[in-house]
Write a protein that binds this ligand. Structure first.
Ligand code: AMP
Length: 192
């Protein structure tokens, strides 16, 4: 059983890394953003509630988010472990996840944090914006998203750092090499 979290700034390739890392460990990659979007698409009660916040780029309240994650972790495929992507994002969510997992005696194994230089992130996002013909991804908007990410995650990163389970992985360079580095870091944490 491998229980992991992945964190990384916008433009760090976190979603792609999550898929590859989860595949290696034969666990599901669980993205709260994807789960919320599926609820919105399926027009569930939860989707209607969450959509109100998502439309404004705000966080969905912790209670709603944690209940959804709790339910997802009860699905059979999560019995072998999981890689959470996009959760936890607040300290309240860190604590709620801790309570949830300790009730099941399933502690987290590791929290992966992809680190990429801001300059490289901006360059990557600008390149992507150009390739996709998007005019809204200007340098100032990108800088703002990076700033928000830092504000949003600083406390979460520090909570896991204090717990001694934070693994910082250099996220610049070749996609496959980054995946290999992340997997190696988790494997060495697992074998202690
Ligand atoms: P994402 O795809 O991760 O950018 O998430 C899309 C939207 O879903 C966010 O802007 C939030 O409104 C909501 N969301 C995703 N994960 C969380 C979370 N852990 N806590 C609160 N809201 C979340």
């Amino acid at each position: 059983m491998t229980r992991l979290i992945i964190m990384g700034p916008p433009g760090s390739g976190k979603g792609t890394q999550a898929e590859h890392i989860a595949h290696h460990f034969a666990i599901p990659a669980i993205s709260t953003g994807d789960l919320f979007r599926a609820h919105v698409r399926d027009k569930t009660t939860l989707g209607a509630e969450a959509g109100k916040y998502m439309d404004h780029g705000e966080f969905v309240p912790d209670g709603i988010t944690t209940a959804m994650v709790s339910q997802r972790l009860e699905e059979p495929d999560a019995g072998a472990g999981f890689l959470l992507d996009g959760f936890p994002r607040t300290v309240a969510q860190v604590d709620a996840l801790e309570d949830l997992l300790s009730a099941k005696q399933q502690p987290l194994d590791a929290v992966l944090a992809l680190s990429v230089d801001d300059d490289e992130l901006v360059a990557r996002m600008l390149r992507r914006a150009q390739e996709q013909g998007r005019s809204d991804d200007t340098e100032s908007v990108i800088q703002r998203r990076l700033e928000l990410y830092r504000d949003e995650t600083a406390a979460v990163v520090s909570a896991y750092s204090k717990r001694g389970i934070l693994l910082i992985v250099d996220g610049s360079g070749d996609r496959e090499q980054i995946t290999a580095k992340a997997i190696a870091a988790v494997e060495s944490a697992l074998t202690g």
